[in-house]
Design a protein around this ligand. Structure first.
Ligand code: AMP
Length: 448
């Protein structure tokens, strides 16, 4: 998973602050590297580094990055190549027609195959990125018409993507034919901004115009916005965006992430009514569904776990000895609210199962009488190859344990997962969804 932003302005010669604040708003989509590339009348400059947006950029770098067209990227990578600085985006390349910048969120499943074919005819690649293969295809197909080159290049790739590309005179935004990855268009004055999530617009005061449609390629230049291709297949937006990945204050394909999470909480109660004294949420990702569960059940929502706001992505992992003493660096139970209570604990998902097990133990330590765990997504049984970095199958607890075994493993009085139908209903049945992580059925086949 990653986050992308692109800005085009006819009048503002310094749009990189917009990209910076946009990236800041979608930092949750990637914390490995951050980058911004600008085009200043044909001269491309960029800064990209391993690190968070506020670690990579400061006043000086943003001031240096001048131009009326800019793109940005925050990268999440759990793979072997994660810490390789060469894989930071935007990717900036020069080719016979000029400079090209690309930021991509997603996963191109056939990229190694395409890359090897291109390498056989002499192409050289400098990164492990699927994005570089798209850049090479654009260079290959660019005869006279850049827009046509994008159309042709994207025809050769399969997978999930939300892409923003930049040339000397335009931004191009494209979403894969299934719309697996989110991508929205906003406007501020006469300037356009494209971003993975609409919170990027809110942060700079831009208005949401609409989503890029599945299979749509849009071009934004001095004459405004034009659709250059529409070739949709069955809409299959990643349902895990609504479950966990996106910010609750974002709107994806006209659906409020907050509302879909809160509906999932209500649905969970309808499916598994439980009597308890309080409902608590696992911070931060389970809170909205917990509020929904409380609303649906009439059981009071109560603060039960406090998160240390200053624990970032990296902290010194406690040694085993310290861990055994029961340190609680990130999360701590609010004893006053928990002691002697029968409680419903709501979380968004169980992946490996380690987090929920630790949380249940912590609540037990704090004196909880009964702990009923409710999960606002079905068991994650399959590892995603379309851009969500889930652990490999053998590390997914639900791939080898049923609900009763997981209940025993995590030490709860009861455990229920929302049904897949129930989740889809909460997320808005009219939107087609990819539910591969719960069912194993993906809209795009894996390429070995
Ligand atoms: P665990 O079961 O220990 O793997 O942790 C699951 C929790 O991690 C969920 O409740 C989410 O809050 C969060 N989570 C879910 N998917 C991911 C992911 N792909 N990357 C990082 N965290 C995740």
């Amino acid at each position: 998973m990653s986050g992308v932003v692109g800005v085009f302005s006819n009048s503002n010669e310094h749009v990189s602050p917009y990209v910076y604040y946009g990236l800041y708003a979608i930092q949750h989509r990637g914390q490995i590297s951050s980058g911004i590339a600008v085009n200043n009348n044909g001269f491309v400059d960029y800064v990209k580094e391993l690190g968070l947006v506020n670690e990579v950029f400061n006043n000086e770098t943003i001031d240096r990055l001048r131009g009326n067209i800019a793109i940005g990227h925050v990268r999440y990578a759990a793979h072997f190549e994660a810490k390789n600085k060469a894989n930071a985006q935007p990717l900036v390349v020069g080719y016979k027609r000029g400079a090209l910048g690309i930021s991509l969120d997603g996963s191109i499943v056939n990229f190694m195959k395409v890359r090897e074919e291109m390498e056989d005819s002499g192409a050289i690649f400098q990164t492990d990125l699927d994005t570089e293969v798209i850049a090479a295809l654009i260079a290959k197909y660019h005869k006279n018409d850049f827009n046509q080159a994008i159309v042709d290049a994207l025809k050769d790739v399969q997978g999930s993507y939300a892409m923003v590309a930049m040339t000397n005179d335009r931004i191009v935004a494209a979403r894969d034919p299934h719309g697996l990855k989110p991508l929205s268009i906003g406007k501020i004055g006469s300037d356009y901004i494209v971003a993975s999530e609409t919170v990027a617009f809110d942060t700079i005061g831009a208005e949401l115009v609409r989503d890029v449609e599945p299979g749509e390629i849009v071009m934004i230049d001095k004459d405004g916005l034009t659709t250059i291709q529409r070739s949709p297949e069955k809409r299959s937006m990643c349902i895990f965006e609504l479950v966990y990945l996106a910010r609750p204050d974002s709107i994806i394909d006209d659906k409020s992430v907050y509302i879909s999470r809160s509906e999932a909480g209500k649905q969970l109660y309808r499916e598994f009514p439980t009597e308890a004294d309080i409902v608590i949420g696992a911070p931060d990702s389970g809170i909205v569904a917990a509020i929904g569960y409380a609303e649906g059940s009439g059981i009071p929502y109560t603060e039960g776990i406090i998160k240390n706001r200053y624990v970032g992505r990296t902290f010194i992992e406690p040694t085993q000895a310290i861990r055994e003493q029961g340190v609680r660096i990130k999360l701590n139970a609010l004893r006053e609210n928990i002691k002697g209570k029968s409680l419903v604990l709501v979380d968004d998902s169980i992946v490996r199962g380690t987090t929920i097990k630790r949380t249940v133990a912590m609540l037990r330590d704090a004196g909880a009488r009964e702990i009923h765990v409710r999960i606002a997504s079905p068991p994650v049984t399959h590892s995603c190859y379309l851009g969500v970095d889930t652990p490999s199958e053998e590390n997914l607890i639900a791939s080898h344990m049923d609900t009763e075994q997981i209940r025993q493993e995590i030490g709860a009085e009861s455990l229920y997962f929302i049904s897949l139908e129930g989740l889809v209903k909460a997320a808005g049945e009219e939107n087609g969804f990819c539910r591969g992580c719960f069912s194993g059925n993906y809209p795009v086949e894996r390429v070995e």
